[in-house]
Write a protein that binds this ligand. Structure first.
Ligand code: NDP
Length: 553
């Protein structure tokens, strides 16, 4: 929609409310407009003025916004420590007519939908896209540094490669007990091999070539700060099929995948070196990026931004570096590594067929990768794409951590066989399927809702309206806990480790690490959502009190 008028009104604030949060409510008497405007700012309690960004929606409906109902809060907030100014307000009067929603109504949306004629539904969509532009707007740099700020990210950047080496070296030991003294660092030639690095580069280029193939649907991403939507080609699943064909042909013509197992540490370090080089490139090119290209998570601090990524969507022409790295070289690489481990197990343990444990690990993780590539479009609404920049965190995570740590169970089983009985296998499969159903259905429900909130298939779900124009689901999977998809993911992670048995704690490293990752990620997401949706988010939290695990967390 178009903004048809912008008014600036000065307001003097004399009494900020608790936590410095101010809510202002207005009734407009402009022609055709009976809506309520509301806003919230977060200021220090010493504040005497505030800058409010308000948005008004026109309404002709008798049940439209009324002064007695709070309409969520605006997405822009100021932090304490900013210089105080005389308050300034912006009223953006949208030209769309009749965007109406019962605020905080938890009744099934079917009733609401019935009440609207088709014209109004169109208007909801139009209004929503207009609101989205404003809600996505904060490409401004936040001063809240996550991950423990600069010392935290420095520690992570040094700790992750060290942890990778340690885990892989420990896993190669005959007795990989956590209580053992850490194995010594191998000689340089056992850590680095130029040929391995060359193979890695070839792998990366092959995936880049598949990514560029003009096959697959082109879709638009979420609106950016300037209202633009980037285009993305969805051909990840096709890339997986092509890779399978290439690997199959290579094995047929004599390529030995045991090479991957034999040089696993070198491959991991080659990928780490590559991701470091990529991060340096990203930091250098981001130095000249315009402010509108910066990620909401970037801070202006060089070290922090090197880690979190300064540019939101670094592209070379239409080649989106972050989007490509998220799902291709690392994720598909993980499947190839698992296959290599399966063949290595057969060779080293003189088996005619892979063990049941290895088969379970391989098939579970293959399902996870296939699912991610099949539902590739869902990536576009994730935090990685919409909020975090592309820097060391995602480059190392996508290119190193995923293929070399997520394949840890298969790597472990090559040297430490474990016989799984069929009853045990059935329980593990049941756990995996249970996790998968929760994970997939929760993600699909949210994605379908974000794509089309008026989808008749979702009409039975209850929602909370927010002032950004986006609604929050409060029933269905998202009414069960606030991150049902994380719960499903964690159950699956446990199912991946159980086939390794209980002889050692090492194969459970992934579950432990992933729990920490998702608990931290959930907290980050909560913070973003609270900032974005304000009181509407508080309302959601009251309604759905548990974050990941019902009655526990
Ligand atoms: P989510 O897919 O959970 O997305 C969070 C966003 O969803 C929020 O920012 C908000 O965005 C929206 N949202 C939250 N609550 C609601 C609600 N009630 N109704 C509607 N929308 C809501 O987060 P991630 O990007 O972290 O994860 C995506 C998937 O990837 C998950 O399944 C996760 O488990 C998986 N994952 C896997 C990892 C791995 O290494 N294997 C690592 C990280 C994630 P908005 O309102 O702006 O739409």
């Amino acid at each position: 929609g178009k903004t048809i008028a912008v008014l600036r009104v000065a307001v003097t604030v004399t009494a900020p409310c608790c936590r410095g949060c101010l809510i202002v409510t207005f009734r407009s008497n402009l022609p055709h407009c009976v809506s309520v405007l509301s806003a919230c700012t977060q200021q220090s309690s010493r504040s005497t003025g505030s800058r409010l960004s308000l948005r008004a929606a026109e309404s002709e409906k008798p049940f439209g916004n009324s002064i007695s109902r709070y309409n969520g809060e605006t997405e822009r907030t100021e932090r304490g420590g900013m210089p105080h100014r005389h308050a300034e307000e912006k009223f953006h009067l949208s030209e769309e007519r009749s965007y109406v929603s019962t605020q905080y109504s938890l009744r099934p949306r079917r009733e609401e939908i019935k009440a609207m004629d088709s014209k109004e539904e169109n208007i909801v969509t139009t209004t929503r896209s207009a609101s989205l532009k404003t809600s996505q707007a904060p490409a401004t740099q936040t001063k809240d540094l996550e991950f423990g700020g600069v010392p935290g990210v420095l520690l992570i950047m040094l700790g992750l490669p060290a942890c990778l080496c340690l885990l892989l070296l420990m896993c190669k030991q005959k007795e990989p007990s956590l209580l053992n003294f850490p194995p010594p660092l191998p000689a340089w030639q056992d850590l680095w091999e130029t040929r391995v690095f060359g193979v890695y580069i070839l792998w990366f280029l092959m995936q880049a070539l598949f990514y560029l193939l003009p096959v697959g649907k082109v879709v638009e991403g979420m609106p950016l700060a300037d209202g633009r939507r980037l285009k993305y080609r969805l051909n990840g699943f096709c890339a997986l099929l092509l890779t399978s064909a290439v690997i199959g042909a290579a094995v047929f013509w004599g390529a030995d995948l045991y090479y991957v197992y034999g040089h696993f540490l070198q491959f991991a370090l080659a990928a780490a070196a590559f991701s470091l080089g990529l991060s340096v490139y990203l930091a250098v090119r981001a130095a000249g990026a315009p402010p509108c290209a910066l990620a909401p998570s970037s801070s202006g601090n060089a070290i922090y931004d090197f880690f979190i990524g300064r540019e939101l969507n670094p592209r070379i022409g239409t080649f989106d570096l972050k989007y490509f790295c998220e799902l291709r070289p690392g994720l598909i690489g993980w499947v190839v590594v698992n296959l290599a481990m399966l063949l290595a197990e057969m060779r080293l343990q003189n088996r005619a067929a892979p063990s049941l444990a290895m088969t379970l690990v391989n098939s579970f993780q293959l399902l996870y990768v296939v699912d991610a590539l099949w539902n590739e479009e869902a990536l576009l609404t994730t935090m990685d794409i919409t909020h975090d920049g592309f820097g060391f965190m995602l480059a190392f995570g996508d290119l190193v951590w995923v293929p070399f740590i997520y394949s840890f169970q298969a790597f472990y089983l090559v040297g430490h066989p474990n016989e799984v009985s069929w009853p045990m296998a059935s329980l593990i499969i049941a756990l995996k399927l249970c996790g998968y159903v929760i994970f997939r259905r929760a993600n699909s429900q949210k994605n379908a809702f974000r794509k089309n909130p008026a989808d008749p298939k979702l009409a039975h779900l209850k929602t909370i309206h927010t002032s950004t124009g986006k609604d929050l689901l409060v029933s269905g999977w998202w009414g069960f806990v606030r991150h049902p998809n994380y719960l499903g993911d964690l159950l699956m992670a446990l199912a991946w480790s159980l086939p390794c048995g209980f002889g050692h704690a090492l194969p459970y490293f992934y579950v432990a690490y992933f729990t920490v990752l998702l608990v931290h990620r959930e907290a980050r997401d909560e913070r973003h959502c609270r900032r974005r949706y304000g009181l509407a988010w508080e309302q959601y939290c009251r309604r759905v009190p548990y974050r990941i695990l019902p009655r526990v967390y």
